[in-house]
Design a protein around this ligand. Structure first.
Ligand code: MN
Length: 486
């Protein structure tokens, strides 16, 4: 993957100045490439001194499938009129890096030549005006390019841009449809493809059960060995676990064959299956495969995208469901889980494989992983369909170790506190229409989601330490007003 580095100047300064701009850019690119993730390279394009230069580089960036976005910086003044054609062509994520080649001013030697060469304070404002005038969405990042905060900002942008590129090719399989009568898990699949590139398709559960029937004993043995390496299991009857192993082998084959990156299932459509997929889904999620239960394709797709954004960073990212609370005043805690499918990336210790009956679905007791969740700062991200637009709700949460054992609860559990406090945070989430399904991450933060929302043109509501009820109500009212104006 590459990011194009476009450096703005103009042809009034002469060849020598443009050569210096080019050379400074090369040093900056070499320096930044040492600190970007290994699989993302910054590529310097010829210095942009004319409208044609600009159009050429922007056309190349747009056509290059390996290019996930562009970084733009005005070394000198660069008249913004010449950027219009290029900006009209460019539809990839833009990072406007507001920086300088020099960190400090050379107070003893500064002269007019130096000022003319190093005037991003001037040139970047000119460029910024044109972007704002044209309504061009971009991220602005200010500071010396070797400053750790700026480097982190560039890395963050690169990861978000890569996730957007991944999103644009993501295929999602729905085994069965949305759970009957449930609203928030549903969505406009056509709009999902237009906005995010998600190609979401329905498959009959028979497509999967055919594959399950073909899974051989050796494949199941091999999957069981994988489970033995990752999880504790003290069961004497392994038949229910082998059933899940067959499901996972079949799912892996299906996902590979159909090039699927995320999937959903529903307990209401398990014809021909003996169990609801539990352990099989949990183990797949741990590999970054997106999953949404009850036909929730939005959560499944969002999970795959956010897992991609988080790759290489420490922390856990996966789907979770809001379930129940400890409402002790001032110490309120949420218990998040699911019927079965909680991703083991959240496990504080080694998960145990257990088999218990499931109250709904009318199937045999499924094998699942049981564990207590990790502690740490994180976010919960929910995507809802407002009818005329999608909305992302991103809440800061603090994951906590469960205060007491829950020996009778046969599923994995993760506990957290929402910011700024239980009353404000949950009310804000509910006012915003946030679902009971979310992608939870301790690897990403609100800034990552802000970038993703911006790059995809998605409405974003953030709930954090600054949230108030009055503020969130006002923000939601304004968002509705904006949407009505189209
Ligand atoms: Mn659910």
């Amino acid at each position: 993957m590459t990011l194009y580095f476009l450096i703005g100047s103009q042809d009034l300064y002469g060849e020598e100045t443009l050569r210096q701009v080019e050379q400074d850019g090369r040093e900056m690119v070499d320096s930044l490439n040492k600190v970007l993730p290994d699989h993302i390279r910054l590529i310097q394009k010829p210095v942009i001194a004319t409208s044609d230069d600009c159009r050429q580089s922007c056309t190349e960036a747009q056509a290059d499938r390996d290019c996930i976005g562009v970084v733009v910086w005005m070394h000198t003044f660069s008249p913004a009129i010449m950027w219009i054609y290029g900006l009209q062509i460019l539809r990839k994520p833009i990072l406007h890096l507001h920086t300088q080649k020099n960190e400090k001013l050379p107070y003893d030697s500064i002269d007019m030549d130096f000022m003319n060469l190093n005037q991003s304070a001037h040139g970047d404002r000119e460029f910024g005006f044109m972007c704002t005038r044209m309504g061009i969405c971009r991220e602005v990042l200010s500071g010396y390019y070797q400053n750790p905060d700026v480097i982190e900002g560039i890395r963050r942008f690169a990861c978000a841009a890569e996730a957007v590129a991944f999103s644009a090719g993501l295929r999602v399989a729905m085994f069965g449809s949305n759970m009957r009568d449930v609203a928030v898990t549903d969505g406009d699949r056509v709009e999902s493809q237009i906005r995010y590139g998600w190609n979401v398709n329905y498959y009959g559960i028979g497509d999967l059960t055919d594959l399950i029937a073909q899974v051989g004993t050796e494949q199941i043995d091999s999957k069981m060995a994988e489970y033995a390496g990752r999880y504790d299991c003290s069961l004497t009857d392994l038949a229910p676990v082998r059933e899940q192993a067959a499901y996972e082998v079949a799912l892996e084959e299906f996902l590979r064959r159909e090039r699927i990156g995320a999937f959903t299932d529903t307990f209401q459509d398990l014809h021909g299956m003996r169990q609801l997929p539990g352990l099989a889904v949990q183990n797949l999620m741990a590999k970054g495969i997106g999953f949404g239960p009850e036909g929730d394709y939005k959560t499944g797709a969002l999970m795959a995208v956010l897992c991609r954004m988080a790759q290489g960073r420490p922390g856990a990212t996966a789907f979770l469901e809001d379930y129940t609370y400890d409402l002790t005043a001032g110490q309120e805690l949420e218990l998040a889980a699911h019927m079965l499918e909680v991703c083991p990336v959240f496990a504080a210790g080694k998960p145990r494989i257990e088999v218990h009956p499931l109250g709904i679905g009318g199937k045999e007791p499924p094998a699942r992983l049981v564990f207590d969740g990790i502690a740490g700062d994180g976010i919960a991200v929910s995507m809802v369909d407002m009818g005329d637009r999608f909305r992302l709700i991103c809440a800061k949460i603090r994951l906590v170790t469960p205060p007491q054992p829950m020996p009778a609860l046969p599923v994995a559990r993760v506990m957290w506190q929402i910011l700024p406090d239980f009353g404000t945070g949950t009310a804000a989430w509910i006012y915003a229409g946030g679902a009971h399904h979310a992608v939870v991450s301790t690897a990403l933060d609100t800034e990552d989601i802000r970038l993703f929302a911006k790059m995809t043109g998605t409405e974003l509501v953030t709930i954090d330490e600054h949230t108030t009820k009055a503020g969130i109500e006002q923000q939601l009212a304004l968002l509705d007003l904006l949407a009505r104006r189209g």
